[in-house]
Design a protein around this ligand. Structure first.
Ligand code: URA
Length: 190
């Protein structure tokens, strides 16, 4: 599928109940040629209003972390497991995730990132089920199942957690430093 066709499908999507409450769909933002692909959980209030991912307080921290490793938001791709805001920022329900999954799969197929960075437990569980984020954050992983052999995954804490916990914020900034190291390794071996 081509990018514009995919964006059209996402924009008009009515596959689950989240479409009823949305102001805007939040398909994702950044470079469609990115090496690094960030996946959060779902849009919050600010994201729903602007139609862009990670533009609220957690988003500002994410931008700061991306810039701390010498990259910019323009050269990475940022999206979420679900593209519409769950009411009151609750976790997306399994059938909402199931309905939205083809869009994420298709984005990954088109962009072909080298590294997929999962933000938070929920996003990690989508690709790397059964792991505990407190045990594996900051460690590059290969996925199993349909994701096998395609990309390297880096599970990280969600930036929203770091807004209220300065120790987690330090851990996140440290874990972020893995991103250029993993890219360098992948580039050397390709
Ligand atoms: N939290 C997320 O998981 N995604 C966003 O886009 C914003 C906040």
């Amino acid at each position: 599928m081509l990018k514009d066709e995919l964006l059209g499908k996402i924009a008009n999507c009515r596959l689950c109940g989240l479409c009823e409450g949305r102001t805007n769909v939040v398909p994702g933002d950044g470079s469609w040629d990115a090496d690094v692909f960030f996946v959060g959980e779902g849009p919050g209030r600010d994201e729903d209003l602007q139609g862009k991912p990670f533009v609220g307080a957690a988003g500002r921290l994410l931008t700061e972390m991306i810039e701390s490793i010498g990259m910019s938001r323009d050269e990475v791709f940022i999206t979420n497991v679900v593209k519409c805001r769950p009411p009151s920022n609750r976790d997306p329900l399994p059938d909402e995730v199931r309905s939205c999954r083809p869009y994420l799969d298709e984005q990954i197929k088109i962009i072909k990132p080298k590294l997929i960075v999962t933000l938070g437990r929920h996003s990690m569980g989508h690709f790397l089920p059964g792991l505990k984020i407190s045990e594996v954050h900051g460690q590059p992983k290969r996925a199993t199942g349909i994701w096998q052999d395609r990309q390297v995954f880096l599970p990280l804490y969600h930036p929203a957690v770091a807004l209220y916990d300065s120790r987690k914020k330090d851990v996140l900034f440290e874990d972020f430093e893995m991103i250029p190291l993993i890219l360098k390794k992948l580039n050397e071996s390709s």
